[in-house]
Design a protein around this ligand. Sequence first.
Ligand code: COA
Length: 370
Amino acid sequence: MHNVAITGTGVFTPAQTITNDELVAAFNAHADLFNAQNTDAITAGTIDEKPHSSSEFIAAASGIEQRYVMDKAGVLDPARMYPRLAERADDAPSIMAEMAVDAARTALNGKNPASVDLVLCAASNHERAYPAIAVEIQQLLGTSGFAFDMNVACSSATFGIQTAADMIRAGSIKSALVVCPEICSAHLEWRDRDCHFIFGDVATAVLLERDENLQAPYFKVKSTRCATQFSNNIRNNNGFLRRTHDQMNDRRDMQFMQNGRKVFKEVLPLVSKHIADHMEAEGVQAADLKRLWLHQANKTMNDHIGKRVLGRDPEPGEQPNILQDYANTSSAGSIIAFSKHSDDLIAGDMGLICSFGAGYSVGSVIVERA
Ligand code: COA
C-alpha cells in the first residue's frame, strides 16, 4: 500500500458573472411575458400566474450573491432563459474539456503532463456519452495511461478522489488528475422561481500523486470515505432515452429538479453522521480539524453541518464559503473552497473536504498539510 498526496489544485472561473439583481430582473421580465401570453388560461384557472422572484429572498435563503456562467446573454434573455452554448464540430475541443484543461494546467503547475497516469472527469453532467470527455482531456493535455468519466452528481469530486487514491494506494497508477468541469447553467431551469438562482459554471482540478519524494508543501490524503442512499428529491430525467429539443422545452423533468426543503432536512443529518463516523473511524477529534471545506449549496446548511461537526459555531475562516461568489457549482464547490482557502495551513494541520448531493451521495476526504 502506498500513501497518497494532493500536490496541486486548479480552478477555471468563467469570465461572465450574473448578480442576483440581474438574474431577478431577467426572471421578472420573463414572468411578465409568460403571464401576458397566458392571460386567458390564468383567468380561467388552468395555468398559475408566475410570481416575481426577489434578490432579498435569494440572498437570505441561500447565501448566494452572484454566479459565473459560460453564457450570460442567453440566460438573461427573457424570451429564452437558457445559455447559448453552440455545438462544436467533432474535431474541435469540447466545452467541458476546454474548461477542465485550463484548471488541470493550474493544478500541474509546470509538472510534465506525461507523468500523469489517469485523468478522471468527475462531473454531474457530461455533454456527450462517448468518447469519454476524460479521454479528450488526456489527449489535449498529453497525459499518459488512461482516462474515464464518472458521475456521482455533487459528490463526483470526492468519489473521484477516492477512486484515484485507491488506484495509487494499490500501485496500479502513480498519479491522477481528477477534474470537475461543471456547466450547471445548461441543466438549470432558469424559468423556475424556486431554483433559478441555484447554480453557476466552473471547472476544478486536483492532482493526486504517490506520497514519495514529494516537495512540500502538499496535502497527505489520510483517509477517504463514500456513501450513497437512493432518493428522488434531486433528479434530472434527461438521458439518451428521452431527448429531443421539443421535449426539453415541454418537460420540466428534463432539467434539474429538487425538493429543496426535503433535501435540506434529509441531507443534513446524513452528512453530519457520515463525517462523525469517518472521524471516529480514523481517531480524528473535532479539535484536530483546522478547516472544513464543505459542498457549496446553501450557507445555512453549511453553518449547521459545521456546528454539528465541531460541536460549536465555526470561527470565521474555519469553514470557508465560496457560494456567495460562485453559487452551487455541484461537484466543484468543495474543491474551489479547498483550492482558495488552504495555503495558509502549516505542516501537521488537518482538514476535511466533504461533498454531498443527488443520489443521495456523500464523500469525505481527511487531509493533513505536509
Ligand atoms: N423569490 C421569492 N420568493 C421565493 C423564491 C424566489 N426566487 N423562491 C421561492 N420563494 C418563496 C416560496 O414560494 C415560498 O413561499 P410560501 O412560503 O409563500 O410558500 C417561500 O419563498 C419559501 O420557499 P422554499 O422553497 O421553502 O425556500 P427555502 O427556504 O427552502 O429555500 C432553497 C430554498 C432551495 C434555497 C433551500 O431549500 C435549499 O438550499 N435546499 C437545499 C438544496 C440543496 O442542497 N440542493 C442540492 C442541490 S445539488
